[in-house]
Design a protein. Sequence first.
Length: 401
Amino acid sequence: MTRAPRTVYLDHAATTPMVPAAVEAMSAHLLEVGNASSLHASGRRARRVVEESRETIAQALGCRPGEVVFTSGGTEADNLALKGAFWSRRARDARRVRILSTGIEHHAVLDPLHWLAEVEGAQVELLPVDRDGRLSVDTLRSALAQAAEENALISVMWANNEVGTLQPLDEVVALAGEYGVPVHTDAVQAVGAVPVDFAASGVDALTLTGHKVGGPYGVGALLARRELDLTALLHGGGQERDVRSGTIDVPAIAGFAAAVELAVKEQSGYAARVGALRDQLVTGVLAAVPDAVLNGASTGSTDGGGADRLPGNAHFSFPDCEGDSLLMLLDAQGIECSTGSACSAGVPQPSHVLLAMGRSEAEARSSLRFSLGHTSTSADVEALVAAIGPCVERARSAGMR
């Protein structure tokens, strides 16, 4: 009887396993009854869990509890930030219809921006990035100055989900301040991986989600300064500052808070350990496939201390390979990773991130993302390094038929 290969999970950027602390916190409340909006004793107990969780997240991420707006995850938080801020800014000044962002944002940002342009008449400008996937501050400066009275919002992700490049967010915030433009950042990939402090960052709104930090699916938050006016997407009971109505998911929020607290507490050690594994992975893959190309910013020091890239991210292009074919060959060996590209109606599409970075469609289609996390081990890296060479050879042979 053939034994199934051990699963080597290298797709933590998509989702990472729940940590025991989050499982325990969530499980503790699953059998409890009580709507956090009810006034009776059970409702008050549920409300206490929610508010204590809100305080835990606020303390971990450097914000005030009242700035934590719970959502169903990162996508809803991004939509609330972009649509809510745009509508409010335009309502106060009809000239404020321009939104500046980048071409490498997650679709949870790009698709709402496209909708705002198509339906609401927003003037969306996606600013270019360099070969490493980094926004040019000079380009942003010029864009802000072109029509200063029309600028409504800037949205720049903290760290890219595909190639791991960190953005110059401090410079973005400084420039935005000169023009009085609020800044939103999608920090879904950054929280727990690099230092994230909401107040110190100077941004006006920040997106995070539970399942990327070891918490449950289906819960996240938008950190939003009280000074930032947001028009609600969901209308109903007026929960969450009256900008996000809906019954609060008490168990999920408890698990989310426990995961955030632990991820932030362990961030430094996590970055060093996972960064060293990532560097081991990069070295091994390039030795096994010498013509592979590492995409994104420099990996920095061997202890994961690089200032320009997420510690757990390694993104490669493999010339003359189809990324989807290579992914399935690795999957057959029990190694799970991601192409990092979107699929529409089952048809693989080249990564919009790599295209924005100046790569050709062939280069974009030949790419794979390996992302490590809190459960990753040296044995995982060794398994990938052992498998990648033969799998690339098979993928290239298949492509030449």
